[in-house]
Design a protein around this ligand. Structure first.
Ligand code: HEC
Ligand code: HEC
Ligand code: HEC
Length: 105
């Protein structure tokens, strides 16, 4: 299920996601289904991109449709982008919050 990017841009703004580079994403290119986000000095983060795309609008993470550059992320950016929503919940569903749920392997 692909949704438009603009619809939830305001939502993404409200959550204050930062750290993106120029460039846009659109429904024609969904990117990889599975992504491993490198975390220096910490186990890498496994991220089921496709699964999240089915749960929410692209702009929830790709603010204004912008590409993301996780190589520039640190704990603050990563946890603000991922963990905050898992705690708050999305459409009544919470995501995992234990360290090893994300920092696997
Ligand atoms: C829960 C957050 C989240 C959602 C929702 C999401 N993405 Fe992503 N997306 C990411 C992350 C994280 C990356 C990895 C960026 C990197 O490699 O540094 C990524 C990467 C991508 C890439 C590869 C280019 C890039 O930005 O690095 C494309 C294309 C992309 N996403 C498209 C989409 C589309 C289209 C949607 C909606 C159908 C979507 N994404 C929904 C988090 C998300
Ligand atoms: C806007 C809310 C939201 C954002 C942002 C979000 N998630 Fe989630 N995530 C969820 C929800 C809800 C679930 C539970 C889905 C379910 O139970 O069906 C989930 C599930 C997961 C799971 C366990 C399920 C699986 O198949 O792997 C992992 C790991 C995960 N998320 C990692 C991440 C990472 C890493 C990011 C940031 C790049 C992220 N999430 C961003 C809401 C979010
Ligand atoms: C919802 C997924 C998720 C959960 C749960 C989570 N993290 Fe993270 N964490 C991330 C992401 C994404 C990053 C950003 C990766 C990076 O640093 O590039 C990150 C980054 C970090 C970093 C910084 C690594 C670096 O780049 O130097 C540390 C330290 C860290 N997390 C510790 C923890 C601890 C401790 C817990 C449990 C209390 C935890 N994390 C739970 C997703 C998560």
């Amino acid at each position: 299920m692909k949704k438009t990017i603009l619809l939830s841009a305001a939502f993404a703004l409200a959550l204050g996601f930062g750290a993106y580079t120029t460039g846009v994403v659109n429904a024609a290119d969904s990117g990889p289904a599975e992504i491993t986000i490198k975390a220096d000095g910490k186990k890498p983060v496994k991220f089921a991109h496709k699964k999240h795309q089915d749960l929410m609008d692209c702009a929830t993470c790709h603010k204004d449709g912008a590409k993301l550059d996780t190589s520039a992320w640190d704990m603050k950016t990563g946890h603000a982008t991922c963990l905050d929503c898992h705690k708050k919940g999305h459409n009544g569903k919470n995501g995992p919050t234990k360290c090893n749920d994300c920092h696997t392997k």
